[in-house]
Design a protein around this ligand. Structure first.
Ligand code: GUN
Length: 292
């Protein structure tokens, strides 16, 4: 069994970005974070992302607002950042308070600064195979991990458990793309899928993004499977575990990501990558023609 070390690959990617950023002698790339309320996990995530920015030379700024902020006030703040020439990327940390509609906020971000890749324009481009948009960070991190570990995707059966807008749906679109480095046969299953075990046992590559601790057990996989665990679940004793029962499945798998230290650090590395791409292509881009 091979351990897929996301922390190591993320560090390598951050180093590659840092080497490019250090050569910039004018304005450095800028990333703005928006944090609403005092959700402890969100605060931790934003802190980790800002630390990664600092280590690569990307200038980050944090705009924090109380959970009482009105939706239109938040949108005004986003418009200011859209117009700010020192800002290449805008990230609104989710979840947002219930009175603020995610759709209204995501669509307020200029698509060319949407380094999370959540804007419908960028999601639509991904679905259509137009490569001029930003790819969502967690799916892109997973694809990058598979490539850097030389795990073949083309023609393979990939089963994704989880259909979220952030992971399952965009990841399916990405891996099934008509491209030599994709071309997977993708199945998306979820909590309501019947015969889930039969489906997951078919997988060459099983990607768990359900948000439920140890949801995938050893009866649900076949020998030699590649396991990507997207889950980050905190148990009552505060230990962090994934969606996969690592201890039971690791001996059966040919390769597996740990939690923590697997997909998580890759999400951050892809955010930095998107910010750098935004910086280098800050002039409006003409859509690239691709075969549909
Ligand atoms: N909340 C949990 N994951 C994410 C993410 O990738 N981006 C943002 N903006 N918020 C999140």
């Amino acid at each position: 069994m091979k351990l897929i070390d996301g922390k190591k690959i993320a560090r390598e990617i951050q180093q590659e970005i840092a080497e490019k950023v250090v050569q910039i002698h004018k304005r450095k790339p800028g990333l703005a974070f928006i944090l609403v309320g005092n959700h402890p996990a969100s605060q931790t995530y934003v802190r980790a992302k800002q630390k990664a920015c600092a280590s690569t030379g990307i200038v980050s700024t944090l705009r924090s607002f109380p959970s009482s902020i009105k939706q239109n006030e938040l949108i005004e703040q986003i418009h200011l950042l859209n117009q700010d020439e020192t800002i290449d990327g805008i990230l609104v940390q989710l979840p947002l308070p219930l009175h603020i509609h995610e759709w209204a906020i995501m669509t307020a971000i200029a698509p060319e600064k949407d380094v999370d890749g959540f804007h419908p324009i960028n999601m639509g481009k991904l679905l259509l195979g137009d490569e001029s948009g930003f790819l969502p960070c967690t799916p892109n991190g997973i694809k990058t991990l598979l490539h850097r570990y030389h795990i073949p995707i083309s023609g393979k059966k990939v089963v994704i458990v989880g259909r979220s807008n952030i992971v399952g749906k965009p990841l399916a679109a990405m891996l099934m793309q008509k491209k030599d480095d994709c071309n997977a046969t993708v199945t998306v299953a979820h909590s309501k899928s019947e015969y889930l075990t039969e489906i997951t046992r078919e997988a060459d590559i099983l990607i768990a993004a359900v948000g439920s601790p140890h949801f995938i057990n050893e009866t649900m996989v076949r020998k030699g499977v590649v396991i990507i665990d997207v889950g980050i679940n905190r148990l009552t004793d505060q230990t962090l575990v994934g969606d996969v029962d690592f201890q039971k499945i690791a001996p059966i798998a040919s390769a597996i990501t740990p939690v923590p230290g697997g997909v998580g650090p890759m999400t951050i590395a892809m955010l930095l990558k998107n910010t750098f791409i935004s910086y280098t292509t800050s002039i409006p881009k003409a859509p690239k023609k691709t075969e549909l």
